[in-house]
Structures are given as structure tokens and as C-alpha cells.
Write a protein that binds this ligand. Sequence first.
Ligand code: ADP
Length: 192
Amino acid sequence: MRLVLLGAPGSGKGTQAARLKEYLDVPHISTGDLLRAEVAAGSPLGLQAKEVMARGDLVSDEILLGMLRDRFSRDDTRNGFILDGYPRNLAQAAALDQLLADLGQKFDAAVQLTVDNEQIIERLAGRAKAEGRADDSPESVRHRLNVYDQQTAPVIEFYRQHGQLTVVDGVGSLDDVFTRIVEAIAPEKAVG
Ligand code: ADP
């Protein structure tokens, strides 16, 4: 099963992706996690990305594509993946299509988790306290939501037009949202 998860910061992509990974037995590829690992390692790429991420802006398409190419060159992605945090703009959506075409793969669905902005702000304020992520300050959260609305809305439209979009209500308990996603993607039909 090859899935792309779409949704605003705080929409629950990461949490649901971690569960889907167990359920579908495919790797969870989070571009945010990959970038945070680079920052933590102090790599040249991480040094470049650090400030951009703290502001809540998007890291360059070039860096992201390089990182993804690398990740997709590993064998564990052959039978599927859950991509979380990518694509975030139209150029990235096109780059992903090309990358998968090069690998002879197609993804099964782009799942959009919908949560209204008010609830997102509440959730991220909670996460800021719990995890202390550098980009969960109120200014950065507001900015990330704006970036999301401006840059990622066209991505959602792109997948809708390609008949690949599945919209799932992201409000409710973790279990409820997970069940909705599983029902929407019907893995028993798509596995293999
Ligand atoms: P969230 O969705 O909660 O903002 P992520 O962990 O997905 O969290 O991303 C954190 C930050 O990492 C983003 O604000 C951005 O700076 C950077 N980032 C992650 N994925 C991408 C991407 N596909 N393109 C550009 N920047 C990205």
C-alpha cells in the first residue's frame, strides 16, 4: 500500500501514520522527522534547514527531493510506504509523481485529514507544552497554517483532479480517526 497523508500541521498525520505503519507493515516516511534528524546531527543540510524550520517556512524543494530520493532508494519502500509531510506545494507534487514514475511505482491514495483551524491551534499549543518543539511557538504555528493554506491547498486540488484524493474527518478520538482512514483506503483490496 502506498499512501500520501495530507493535512495541516497538527491534523494528526504523524500519529495516524505511526499506526498505519504497524497496520500495513510499510515504512512511515515523515519529511519533518527526516529534517529534524539532520538538524540534530548538525549535518550541512541540517544547518541549512534549521532556521527555515524554526520560522515555519518550507525548506527548499531541492533539499526535500534529494532527501526523498535517498529514502526511496532503500529496499524497505519497495512494497509500500506512508508519506507524511510531502508534498507541500505543487512543485513537490509533480516531483513526487516523477520520482515514483522513475521507480515504476504508483501510489494508491492521497488521504487528507481535515481539522478546523481553531482546533489545530489548540492542539499545537498542547504539543508545544508537551514536546517543546522549536516551531510550535504561537507565531510559528500561525505562520505554518498560512503556509499550509497557501501552498498545500493547490496540492489537494491537484490530487482531487487526478481522482486520487480521499478526504477523512480528522476530528474525534485517535481510534475513530484511524478506523475512518482504514475504511476509506480499504487495504484488503489494495495490499500487494
Ligand atoms: P508540521 O506538519 O506539524 O508542521 P512537520 O514535521 O511535517 O510538521 O514539518 C516541520 C517543518 O519541516 C515544516 O514547517 C518545514 O519547515 C519542514 N518541512 C517538512 N516537510 C517539508 C516539505 N515537504 N517541504 C518543505 N519543508 C518541509
